[in-house]
Design a protein around this ligand. Structure first.
Ligand code: SF4
Length: 365
């Protein structure tokens, strides 16, 4: 029994290394290194940390020929698919593709002539890799901005569709589309519009959301609101600072929406004067123990489940009975439920241990 399921839009599928993007495949998590790409060792170290934190695909900026060369070295050793991020110089995109890029990200608007874009497209076709195209609200074509009297959600979507059509007209279909604004409302609306205009998979995010708590909250709301509408095939949280915090938050957003396979939706009450156990401690212990269990459930393809930990008999039995596993606490003890049935009464100090054991043993598919 998981949270209400989000009905995702089914898009076309593209392959980035061993990760499938779109077509109803799990929403892949991306991040971007902020090391100097020419520093192969430091970049590989950061890529490994990103992978350990749950990143499925890593993007690297390739600002010059030396970086394109280093990209090849990094690609040989990295254990995740790599995307080359290119601006302005189409030759760098071609070099990165030749050096093993699993995907390239370009903005055709700053690559130059159609011939240059075609040269990148031909190289991508030859290697069978996808191209991500799209726009940030800051890079809209002047004619769109002038016509609309400023940047609008529809204008952002239209600009991205120009890039999509440019590639489609070159008979290229392995496209991932991205549009980004730092304005949450405009960003969500632009994603709604583009989702209705194309079946190519969407890379979603909220650009320049800042750092620390504010950036995290902005990202969770901004990206979460798009995902909640069933839009998005791959995602990146963008935070100022160590990129490793990005996949960590991305997973939390997916988990909160029931979009992370094998995850446990943990429901717990805020506590009040009726609470007669140390609920914060119990919830903390359960949370701490869930990580490896969720990882195991994910590997085994098991379904999401809900665990409810409630402080008393007012809302407790109802919530606990709704969950796959739940406990409604009393004075120093808890009444354990599973799928609506009472199992047993257990002492407060054993609740977390017993719940974690139940999750471990639960085989739901
Ligand atoms: Fe208070 Fe009970 Fe509600 Fe928890 S479930 S907040 S203890 S009334």
């Amino acid at each position: 029994m998981s949270a209400t399921e989000i009905k995702r839009k089914v898009t076309k599928t593209v392959r980035c290394g061993d990760v499938l993007i779109g077509g109803g495949n799990p929403i892949s998590i991306q991040s971007m290194t902020n090391t100097d790409t020419r520093d192969v060792r430091a970049t590989l170290e950061q890529i490994a940390r990103l992978k350990d934190a749950g990143c499925d695909i890593v993007r690297l900026a390739v600002p010059d020929a030396e970086a394109a060369e280093a990209f090849g070295e990094i690609k040989k050793q990295a254990k995740v698919p790599l995307v080359a991020d290119i601006h302005f110089d189409y030759r760098l995109a071609i070099a990165a593709i030749k050096n093993g890029a699993d995907k390239v990200r370009i903005n055709p608007g700053n690559i130059g002539s159609a011939e240059r874009v075609r040269a990148v497209v031909d190289a991508a076709k030859e290697r069978g890799i996808p191209i991500r195209v799209g726009v940030n609200s800051g890079s809209l074509e002047k004619d769109i901005v002038q016509r609309d009297g400023g940047v609008t959600a529809a204008g952002i979507a239209e600009s991205a569709m120009r890039s999509v059509r440019l590639l489609e007209d070159m008979d290229f279909g392995d496209i991932v589309v991205s549009i980004k604004s730092s304005d949450i409302v405009m960003n969500t609306e632009a994603h709604r519009i583009i989702s209705g205009l194309t079946d190519h998979p969407l890379h979603i995010g909220l650009t320049e959301s800042g750092g620390n708590e504010r950036g995290r909250i902005k990202s969770a709301i901004g990206i979460g609101s798009i995902l909640a509408e069933g839009i998005g095939d791959t995602m990146r949280v963008s935070l100022t600072g160590d990129p490793v915090q990005e996949p960590v938050l991305a997973r939390e957003i997916l988990r909160a929406l029931g979009l992370l396979k094998g995850s446990v939706n943990l429901v717990s009450c805020p506590t009040c004067a009726r609470t007669k156990v140390d609920l914060a401690k119990i919830v903390g212990e359960i949370e701490a123990g869930l990580g490896p269990l969720e990882e195991e459930r994910r590997k085994r393809g098991l379904a999401n489940i809900t665990v409810a930990v409630m402080g008393c008999a007012v809302n407790g039995p109802g919530e606990a009975a709704e969950a796959d596993f739940g406990v409604a606490c009393g004075d120093g003890k808890g009444l354990l439920f599973s799928g609506g049935k009472i199992l047993e009464t257990v002492p407060a100090e054993d609740i977390s241990k017993i719940i974690l054991r139940k999750v471990k043993e639960y085989e739901s598919l």
